[in-house]
Write a protein that binds this ligand. Structure first.
Ligand SMILES: [Zn+2]
Ligand SMILES: [Zn+2]
Length: 330
């Protein structure tokens, strides 16, 4: 079925509601001392902070409707982006992690990067740099990760961002959206000279996940966070065993959406990353405004995902509402 037709037909009833997730503030560990803080912004958007180091998972707030996304021109809602970003203290953010180029991961990034995170580097694929091309004003701020990236076979190269932060890109993949079909597949081969206008022009390109290490002054790893912004079929998106043997992941951010299109997600990620805690992101309906009640309707069988997760993971995990903050301390 053509994508646009599928999207329109789904307005009639593919959506299923999920139960309440978590909201507000979640704290684990002692109540004083430095904390690793993560705030969920919706879709693939996160603020991850330890001390003075701030990392952004690519924020997305514009949320064009399903019909417009399927059939029309889409563009960033800069008023909404400003309203959301001004609540967050991220002017010193060091890096914005963009796992792939689909509109719900990249369309709002130029405005965020120019206006709200003016010092941040952008880690992304070659294709994503081409999408941001000549029109976005970000030509000098994108670091292409392909030649630095790790996978289960090779350890890759960590990219430092100041003395106490480093990032390792992990070669990943993008699961099909439905019936084995990935929408907006393909790569941008040369720099664009104007912004993409339709969802179909925001090409995914190669997909990456990321390990983020926050370092103590001694160089020891204070916290290790794993961030994925699309489900992948393992071993794509897994970290090298040797890296995890040195230090398992403290907080893994995993994506439930479309997990049923691949095998062994989430099981293989739990086994590989050995996370202490898991946060689920990009689980909710992003075709409606951020505060719409229908935001908790999802195409994914969330209950099935969570039952499978519980079979292999006996730690705590959460499915946060937008704005939920997590504070972890030791
Ligand atoms: Zn995508
Ligand atoms: Zn997405």
């Amino acid at each position: 079925m053509p994508a646009a037709l599928w999207i329109l037909s789904c307005t009639a009833g593919c959506w299923a509601p999920v139960g309440p997730g978590v909201s507000g503030l979640v704290e684990r560990g002692p109540t004083d001392g430095a904390s690793l803080e993560l705030t969920y912004l919706g879709t693939g958007g996160w603020v991850i902070r330890y001390g003075a180091d701030v990392v952004l998972g690519a924020p997305f707030f514009s949320n064009p409707s399903l019909v417009r996304t399927g059939l029309g021109v889409i563009e960033p809602d800069t008023l909404e982006i400003d309203r959301q970003m001004e609540r967050l203290d991220v002017a010193d953010a060091r890096v914005i992690l963009v796992g792939h180029g689909h509109y719900d991961h990249l369309m709002d990034v130029p405005h965020v990067a120019r206006r709200h995170a003016p010092r941040a580097r952008i880690l992304a694929s070659h294709s994503t740099r081409n999408l941001l091309g000549l029109w976005s004003g970000l030509q000098g701020r994108v670091d292409v990760v392909e030649s630095f990236a790790a996978d289960v076979e090779s350890t890759g190269t960590w990219i430092p961002h100041g003395p106490s932060l480093r990032v390792l890109a992990l070669r990943s993949e993008h699961a099909p959206h439905f019936d084995g079909l990935e929408l907006y597949d393909g790569s941008a081969r040369r720099p664009r000279d104007r912004s993409p206008r339709t969802a179909a022009e925001w090409l995914g390109g190669k997909t990456f996940a990321f390990l983020v290490d926050f370092l103590e002054p001694s160089g020891a790893i204070a916290w290790r966070v794993y961030l994925q912004d699309a489900v992948s079929e393992p071993p794509h998106g897994l970290a090298p065993g040797a890296v995890i043997d040195e230090r398992p992941v403290d907080v893994a951010i995993l994506v439930p959406a479309t997990f049923d299109q691949v095998e062994w997600s989430p099981e293989a990620f739990v086994e590989n990353l050995r996370p202490a805690w898991i946060l689920l992101g990009h689980w909710e309906n992003f075709f409606v405004p951020l505060d719409a009640e229908t935001r908790s309707l999802t195409l994914t069988d969330q209950g099935h995902y969570e039952r499978r997760l519980e079979k292999v993971f006996d730690g705590e995990y959460w499915r946060p509402e937008i704005g939920t903050r997590f504070r972890f301390r030791r």
